[in-house]
Write a protein that binds this ligand. Structure first.
Ligand code: SF4
Ligand code: SF4
Length: 90
């Protein structure tokens, strides 16, 4: 039997038109903001991925998406240098 140890974090359900769950592992997020800059919806001028009230490893804000805007494209998941984001498609 393999035990799976999940990192502490939070999940935002209903992304990608209800087909995906977006997760942030707070002990991995260092608050660099790279994901905010690279999110294609943010680049269009909408406020999809934004700073969260939850904090990351250095007690700086983590990030979270607006599920009504997030298209679950995976850009933030791929670009996070610390693998703090995971997107599960249902
Ligand atoms: S999720 Fe990753 S890219 Fe985004 S702020 Fe945290 S560490 Fe940086
Ligand atoms: S999955 Fe795509 S649209 Fe959703 S927050 Fe990440 S980069 Fe933005």
């Amino acid at each position: 039997m393999t035990k799976v140890q999940e990192y502490p974090g939070f999940a935002i359900e209903g992304c990608g038109k209800g087909k995906a769950t977006w997760r942030l592992y707070t002990e991995l997020c260092k608050g660099c903001g790279l994901c905010l800059v690279k999110c294609p919806i943010n680049k269009k001028g909408d406020n999809c991925l934004k700073w969260s009230k939850e904090v990351g490893i250095y007690s700086t804000p983590a990030v979270e998406p607006d599920p009504t805007l997030c298209i679950a494209c995976g850009t933030c998941e791929r670009l996070c240098p610390d693998s703090a984001i995971r997107i599960d498609r249902n």
